[in-house]
Design a protein around this ligand. Sequence first.
Ligand code: AHR
Length: 660
Amino acid sequence: MHMKLYLHRLFRIITMFALINLSFTDNPPVIVDVDHARSAVQPTMWGIFFEDINMGADGGIYAELIKNRSFEFFNPKMGWKVKAMSKDSSAFVILNRSAQFDANPRFARVTVTPEMSSYCLSNSGFRGIGITEKESYIFSLMALVPDNGLMNMRIELADAKGVVIGSTFLKISGNEWKEYSATLVATKTDPHASINIWFENKGSVDIDMVSLFPADTWKGRPKGLRKDLVQLLADMKPGFLRFPGGCIVEGRDLANRYQWKTTIGNTGERKTIVNRWNTEFAHRQTPDYFQSFGLGFYEYFQLAEDLGAEPLPILNCGMACQFNTAEVVPMDQLDPYIQDALDLIEFANGSAESEWGKIRSEMGHPEPFHLKLLGIGNEQWGPQYFERLRIFEKIITEKFPGITLILGAGPSADGDLFEFAWDQLEQYKPQVVDEHYYKNPAWFLENAGRYDTYSRNSHKIFAGEYAAQSDYTTSPSNQNSWQCALAEAAFMTGLERNADVVTMCSYAPLLAHIDGWQWKPDLIWFDNLKSFGSANYYVQQLFSVNKGTDVINILEDGKPLIGQKGLYASAVVDARLKEIIIKIVNSTAKEISQEIQLQTGKKLFPKGKVIVLQNDQPEACNTIDAQVIKPIEQDISFKGKKLTKAFNPFSVNVIKIKYQ
Ligand code: AHR
């Protein structure tokens, strides 16, 4: 076993014995050493992990409301229903122009014959179309009339019962592809509406990129992102945005890997591919899950910029998912993968005159995106990863020494694969290593001291994916329970206390559609109209918005609080806001009264605040109708530099005290 892991386990055993002893002693005060900073908290400390899983992008944050808009799904008619008087199948056919246009080869031809009065195609979006009364919706499509005639179209929104709740008209003419658009205003709210497109003239029309967006998107960007979901992200004040995953980077096979170059430019020229999560789990088949890449790499960078977060793209390293095909690219064919990394850095940071910077500039962002972080590989393991990594690392660091590379430690933060990775990484001296933990709540509590004993001479840690699992990992029974969130909070006090070695952290996965998920638990849940933060979301948010600038000691009997009496704690100072911020997690079913002494020469304001997340029921969960675990703010006052507070059972407490 690796020496550091051995020491870490030894420390845990010693701590457990210490806990047994402590339970027989009185309740000593905890001392906060306000004036001596242990280390800085990096601005990147708490961030966001984004992956298009659970309909997070298409059907989720990407506000497109029409499913299979460009007829590129395996079954090109999937999502489309004929609602016509005629059953003539030749009236709706799919044509393929792959020789001329490989990125978006298919389109549909609708033919209204003399026997038909009209013809109608209907689409009910991603588990229904969410429509809000009085809101405007922009319908658009690419179209042409092959015989150069005219096609009148009537476009209707219909509620779940089929009643029309908004309509508009378009006239299509000419035999060249053109974009047409029209606005509809809804007369009723319905989360399960659909759209009907009526073709009212005789003859044929070719259609593609048939699209419907709310006018009211995040920052009002046409064909942009869902406002409520981005707002939830913005409210976290994330330090970084990791994208596009996750296993989606790897693909089930290499052909299905994420290739950023096919996700930029005109949306009609981005190559739709299957989403690797669509049939991954027998318990949650989602065969209609594809990636349109309407949310592509440009939009990810733009989102990071909007959120004030460092962009952190993760690139494929020449290996497909090792849980699936484990396909690897031969070493002598790795060049295109490395070139993708070099070109991505130019796309993000190059001048508007450079080859890839020019594309960024033409897309509307002449200024660079200031990329500093780049991940190579997601959950790869074994010698194949490290031999590929060596080449990526050499070439990228030579060409772009300012880019910090993030390497992976495999799918789990313990076990043989992890230990193998550690040995390899030791030889490497990487800057940052990504560790993942999908474990039960007990593991999170037991490992709250994990980083107290980590080497300070090796790499920094990116806790890149973590979430407590109420059942086994990937189980459909997993819940975003309060017990899980509480255990994560306890663990996070350990991450924060060790911010000198842990520089980045993110919960995963981020988003899940209530009717379209594959993986539970998830941070933010939504349906077609509404969204809400899980208990875990509020834990993440509390840590992130109260991250402070410097870690300080909070000790009991000279030791960090890592489960003594069931309490877990960390503390920071925010030097800019002149604030002391103490985080205390009571993981027990009992109220615990605790004295806190602030050791400081600073003059303190006698009144402070405590923000509490609490629920008496460990199995409690927020739902779309009731958020039972939400931060509640209370005033606290104290005398001199002492404070005694009763910490509620099962609670996360953030105490904030201002100083002069
Ligand atoms: O977060 C869901 C998946 O968990 C990620 O795609 C992968 O990296 C991990 O196995």
